[in-house]
Write a protein that binds this ligand. Structure first.
Ligand code: SF4
Length: 377
């Protein structure tokens, strides 16, 4: 059987410091541990199931805590092992810390052609409360240096709902992102994750955090501001200038195959979704020893697979194409999910006709609930 065509994700979990709201698989930079992890990752990569890579994405953590030459050597290995095309989208997440600007030329030369920059806010007080150590000037410096290095595809991440944030300060951050001329903006509502310092703070003082209605107002503001600036709202949390949608993330939303390498990484291959352990030492030991990486896996089939596929497609502006869905999964949505669809349409969160299902603007803010209805249905 031919190797499946897949997006390849590589997790680089170290960060220069740890943000108090973060629930990713991440650790503060530690040279010996980071070197061991790299060896583990190389070992996993060498023994990973064969795929034909469509895209490559370095996420974290903060991938740019590793030197550009390290990222370059990983790109070369992925190219050789998984036949990554020479013009494929290769994204690296990056933090706009003062050191980033000086790395960008080498990163571009190494083959990275898209940067996803974790800006979060353009308001100094909000950056402080989010525990971020970069300044607004660092962000402008990073974007300027990225352009000088030849990057033509830049994305920034922003957070709304941070303590102390107002609708006016959120609007100012959106305008500042637009003003930098980036091609892509991701906006995420702050979520309180169990076990983080923010969870402790929230338990003590919930009023410090934005209410759901304020978050909804901020989300609506993002939709309005970014649309007015010429961005397409192509996925719940993502806006792009025409031609600059994330090709890697599109693979997830299309329920296509992906291969995840590294601690905590997830794969979806041959109908099986698997997730590696988030225990760094257990991951490294298994990968270095050539053993299966501990974790969980589950075969998605039948109603579960269909529900997942609907949930993912509904995240996108195009939504679910009823005919294409019937062809791929053998299920007529308008029959199988009639009641769910009718209820969601009546609630004003879904628009549906014979050929397409889409979230309404209100539905996008409560997407998890709406999509969850199809998983249960
Ligand atoms: S830089 Fe990103 S991955 Fe690292 S701790 Fe902060 S939010 Fe988490």
């Amino acid at each position: 059987m031919d190797a499946p065509s897949a997006g390849v994700y590589v997790h680089l979990p170290f960060c220069p410091y740890i943000c108090p709201y973060c629930d990713f698989a991440k650790w503060a930079w530690d040279g010996p541990r980071a070197a061991e992890y790299l060896n583990a990752l190389r070992a996993e990569l060498a023994g990973a199931p064969p795929v034909r890579a469509r895209t490559l994405f370095f996420g974290g953590g903060t991938p740019t805590t590793y030197a550009p030459a390290v990222i370059g050597s990983l790109i070369d290995r992925v190219r050789t092992r998984f036949a990554l095309p020479s013009d494929a989208e290769i994204t690296a997440e990056a933090n706009p810390d003062p050191g980033l600007a000086g790395q960008l030329e080498a990163l571009r030369d190494a083959g990275v052609n898209r940067l996803s920059i974790g800006v979060q806010s353009f308001e100094p007080a909000e950056l402080r409360v989010l525990g971020r150590r970069h300044t607004v000037a660092d962000v402008a410096g990073a974007v300027h240096a990225a352009r000088a290095a030849g990057f033509t595809n830049l994305s920034v991440d922003l957070i709304f709902g941070a303590p102390g944030q107002t609708e006016a300060s959120w609007a100012a951050s959106l305008d500042a992102a637009v003003g930098l001329g980036v091609e892509h903006v991701s906006c995420y509502g702050l979520t309180i994750e169990e076990g983080t310092p923010y969870a402790t703070w929230f338990a003590r003082d919930p009023a410090a955090f934005a209410s759901e209605s304020r978050e909804a107002a901020m989300y609506a503001l993002a939709i309005e501001r970014l649309r007015a600036a010429g961005f397409e709202h192509y996925e719940i949390s993502n806006w792009a200038r025409p031609g600059f949608r994330s090709q890697h993330n599109a693979i997830y939303w299309a329920n296509d195959s992906y291969l995840g390498l590294g601690v905590g990484a997830a794969s979806y291959l041959g109908g099986v979704r698997s997730t590696h352990t988030r225990d760094l030492d257990a991951y490294s030991q298994a990968a270095l020893g050539g053993d299966p990486i501990p974790g969980e896996s589950e075969r998605l089939e039948g109603p579960k697979q269909a529900g997942e596929a609907i949930m993912l497609a509904l995240r996108t502006a195009e939504g679910v194409d009823v005919d294409a869905f019937r062809e791929r999964y053998g299920i007529d949505i308008n029959e199988r999910y009639r009641e769910v669809v009718d209820d969601l349409v009546a609630a004003g969160v879904l628009s549906a006709d014979a050929t397409q299902l889409r979230l309404t603007e209100r539905g996008r803010f409560v997407a998890n609930d709406v999509c969850g209805a199809f998983l249960a249905g």
